[in-house]
Write a protein that binds this ligand. Structure first.
Ligand code: NAD
Ligand code: DAU
Length: 342
C-alpha cells in the first residue's frame, strides 16, 4: 500500500487522517475524493495542499458516482481505499434520512464494487460505535450483533454488513474500524463539543438534550487516526476493530468542563427537548486493538483541553461556517422553540 484514496478526506476525521498519514509515511501518496457537502471543507486541508503538494491530490466527486470513482482510482493508481465519506450527524438523519441511505449504504457499495473490479489491495471502512445501539451496561465487543437505532446508525451498520459480504463472497481484503466520539481540530460545529465551545465563546446558550445524563466516550481525533493506521497495517483481513478509550463522560459534565475551561458561567446551559430515540450510552471494549499495540496518547481531559484551545485560536475556521446561510438555517430548524424548563 503506497497510494491511498481517502474518501471523505475533506471532512473532520478524514482531513486529520490525511495529514497524519502524509507526515508519518514519506513514501505514501494520497488522493482525497470528496463531494464537498456542507461538512466537506478544503480549508481543512489548506496546509496539507501546501506542505505535501507533490504527494497529495484532490478529486471532487460523489462516492455514489461509479464512473468518477473508477476514473479517480485509475488516474491515481490507487491501491487502497480508506472510506470516511458519510453523512454523519444523527440529528440530520432524524430530520431527513435520504442522503444517509444514499451515501452511507449505496456509496459504500459503489466503492466496494470498484475495489473488487479493479483488484485493490485493501478496502478499509470507517464505522462507528453507534452500530451496536444503546448499551445499558458493559461494553460492546466486535463480535456483538449490530442493533442500530437511528437512521444514521442503521445506514452505517448496513455499510458494515455490505463490507463483510464482499469479504465473505468475493474475498475482497477488507478491514473495519468502529470509533467512539472524536473531538479535535476541524470538527463541524453541529457536533456537541465544537457547538458548545463556539457558542460559549460567543455567550450563546448551550442546548443540552433531555436530562444531559447520556454517556459518550470522547477521544482525540489523532488517537483515532493512529488506531486506523495500525489496523490498516497490522489488522487481520476481514477483521473488525473498536477504537475508543473506554472513558465515560456525561453530556452535562462535558458542558460544565467546557464552560470552566473557557471561564464562562453555568447559566449558559439551556435544557432543550431530547433527541428522538436518543441512545443513552455507548461503550466499547477496545482490548482487540490494544492487543495490536495501540494506546491513546490523550486522556479525555487532555483531548477536551486541546480541542478548546484549537477553537479559541482558530476563529478564522469556524466563524465563516457559523455565519453562513446553511448553518443558520440548520440551527433555526434544529433548536428554535426547543427550550424546556427555566
Ligand atoms: P464529516 O461529516 O466531518 O465529513 C464527512 C465527509 O464526507 C465530508 O468531507 C463530506 O463532504 C464527505 N461526503 C459526504 N457524502 C459524500 C459523498 N456522497 N461522496 C463523497 N464525499 C462525501 O464526518 P466525520 O465526523 O469526519 O466522520 C468521518 C467518518 O467517521 C464517517 O464515516 C463517520 O461515520 C465516522 N465516524 C465519525 C465519528 C465522529 O465522532 N465524528 C466517530 C466514529 C466514526
Ligand atoms: O459515537 C460516534 C458518533 O459520534 C459518530 O458516529 C457520529 O458521526 C458523531 O456525530 C457522534 O454522534 P453523537 O450523536 O454521539 O454526537 P453528537 O455530538 O451529535 O452528540 C453527542 C451527545 O451530545 C449526544 O448524547 C447528544 C448530545 N447533544 C448533542 C447536540 C448536537 C446535546 O445535548 N446537545 C446538542 O446540541
Amino acid at each position: 500500500m503506497r497510494n491511498l484514496m481517502i474518501t471523505g478526506g475533506a471532512g473532520f476525521i478524514g482531513s486529520n487522517f490525511v495529514r497524519y498519514m502524509l507526515e508519518r509515511y514519506a513514501d505514501y501518496r494520497v488522493v482525497v475524493y470528496d463531494k464537498l457537502t456542507y461538512a466537506g471543507n478544503l480549508d481543512n486541508l489548506k496546509d496539507v495542499a501546501e506542505r505535501f503538494a507533490d504527494r497529495y491530490a484532490f478529486v471532487k466527486g460523489d462516492i455514489c458516482d461509479a464512473a468518477t470513482v473508477r476514473g479517480a482510482i485509475q488516474a491515481h493508481e490507487v491501491d487502497a481505499i480508506v472510506n470516511f465519506a458519510a453523512e454523519t450527524h444523527v440529528d440530520r438523519s432524524i430530520m431527513d434520512p435520504d442522503a444517509f441511505i444514499q451515501t452511507d449504504v449505496y456509496g459504500t457499495y459503489v466503492l466496494l464494487e470498484a475495489a473488487r473490479e479493479l483488484g485493490l489491495e485493501r478496502y478499509h471502512q470507517i464505522s462507528t460505535d453507534e452500530v451496536y445501539g444503546h448499551v445499558p451496561q458493559g461494553a460492546s465487543k466486535e463480535s456483538d450483533p449490530v442493533a442500530p437505532r437511528s437512521p444514521y446508525a442503521a445506514s452505517k451498520a448496513s455499510g458494515d454488513l455490505m463490507v463483510n459480504a464482499y469479504f465473505i463472497t468475493y474475498g475482497l481484503p477488507v478491514t473495519i474500524t468502529r470509533g467512539a466520539n472524536n473531538i479535535g481540530p476541524y470538527q463541524y460545529p453541529e457536533k456537541v463539543v465544537p457547538l458548545f465551545v463556539t457558542n460559549a465563546i460567543d455567550d450563546i446558550p448551550l442546548p443540552l438534550y433531555g436530562d444531559g445524563l447520556q454517556v459518550r466516550d470522547y477521544h482525540y481525533v489523532l488517537d483515532h487516526c493512529e488506531g486506523i493506521d495500525l489496523v490498516l497495517h497490522k489488522g487481520e483481513i476481514g477483521g473488525v476493530y473498536n477504537i475508543g478509550t473506554g472513558a465515560e463522560m456525561r453530556n452535562v459534565d462535558m458542558a460544565h468542563l467546557l464552560l470552566d475551561l473557557l471561564g464562562k458561567p453555568e447559566s449558559l446551559i439551556q435544557p432543550v427537548r431530547d433527541r428522538a430515540g436518543h441512545d443513552r450510552r455507548y461503550s466499547l471494549d477496545v482490548s482487540k486493538l490494544r492487543a495490536l499495540g495501540w494506546e491513546p496518547a490523550h486522556t479525555c481531559e487532555d483531548a477536551v483541553a486541546e480541542t478548546v484551545r484549537w477553537y479559541a485560536e482558530n476563529e478564522w475556521w469556524w466563524r465563516p461556517i457559523k455565519s453562513g446561510d446553511h448553518y443558520q438555517e440548520y440551527y433555526k430548524q434544529q433548536y428554535e422553540g426547543r427550550e424546556v424548563g427555566d
